[in-house]
Design a protein around this ligand. Structure first.
Ligand code: 0O2
Length: 246
């Protein structure tokens, strides 16, 4: 209990005392003072609990990928995963997304409608590793695929590439099992390099992002070519190694 309080103190703080003006406006518009205090009393604990459950689900999925990485390295003498990052969506982003979708704020509604509260990003060495890892994850009997968006086969119009999965997996609590949704993003180092810089540029103040879209698109295409070249070099090396073994 003490630990939970420590980890999510900022969330509680935000809910109880210092809502940002934007958040306040979006959750509480059209509510009178009595209704506002009711929402806060009703939602604070359940929201904090939900965020802890999402954190647990991220730990489960992260472990699954770490296990796959270890097993792969035993057989192939290399790691398919370069890095793993996890994040919980910020309260501001949750409120903003609910507002954008016109859904009244409640913990239940968040769980029912937002599938990217818990996010894990797996950066892989090679393009083929992405599909290999995704297949391995989806084969596990406690993982259910809810949604798949393959922005590698079908890149976004701006050039963005990644494989997105929404999966559901159980977390085992003291008295029960709870099914949680997690958004998994799988990409290569080149895709991650492009997406990270594009994300930074998009939110830079005083920069006319629209004027850069063509150049950014070209960079994405060049990164994709680089990925394919690296994949073909890896295959060549693997063939050479096999021939040496014979
Ligand atoms: P953050 O900070 O990563 O959480 P929706 O999630 O419903 O609003 P959509 O289009 O259904 O939108 O989701 P989609 O396409 O699955 O993409 C969601 C996430 O993918 C984004 O999360 C980004 O992390 C990443 N993403 C998608 N498109 C782009 C892009 O063009 N550029 C970059 N850099 N990242 C992208 P969030 O919630 O936007 O942000």
């Amino acid at each position: 209990m003490e630990r939970k309080k420590k980890v999510f103190a900022p969330v509680e703080e935000l809910f109880r005392t210092s809502f940002g003006e934007k958040v306040k406006e979006r959750i509480f518009q059209n509510l009178d003072t009595q209704e506002i205090s009711e929402v806060m009393l009703r939602e604070t604990d359940s929201f904090t609990n939900l965020m802890v459950y999402y954190k647990c689900a991220l730990m489960e999925i992260e472990t699954k990928f770490r296990v796959l990485n270890e097993e792969f390295s035993l057989e192939h003498d290399r790691n398919p995963i370069e890095s793993i990052k996890t994040r919980l969506k910020s309260v501001d982003s949750i409120v903003e997304k609910m507002h954008r979708r016109n859904i009244p704020f409640s913990t239940e509604a968040i769980e029912e409608n937002l599938f990217d509260i818990a996010g894990i990003r797996i950066v892989c060495s090679f393009r083929e590793d992405i599909y290999f890892l995704a297949d391995c994850l989806l084969k596990q009997d406690d993982v259910t695929l809810i949604e798949k968006k393959d922005y590698i086969t079908n890149p976004k119009s701006n050039g963005y590439r990644s494989l997105h999965l929404i999966v559901e997996t159980p977390i085992f609590l003291k008295n029960n099992k709870k099914m949680m949704k997690v958004e998994v993003q799988l990409r290569t180092i080149a895709m991650d390099f492009w997406a990270s810089l594009e994300h930074k540029l998009k939110y830079k103040k005083d920069v006319d992002y629209e004027s850069l879209t063509q150049e950014l698109y070209e960079c994405a295409e060049e990164s994709a070519i680089l990925d394919m070249k690296m994949d073909s070099i890896r295959k060549k090396i693997e063939r050479l190694q096999k021939n040496e073994e014979l």
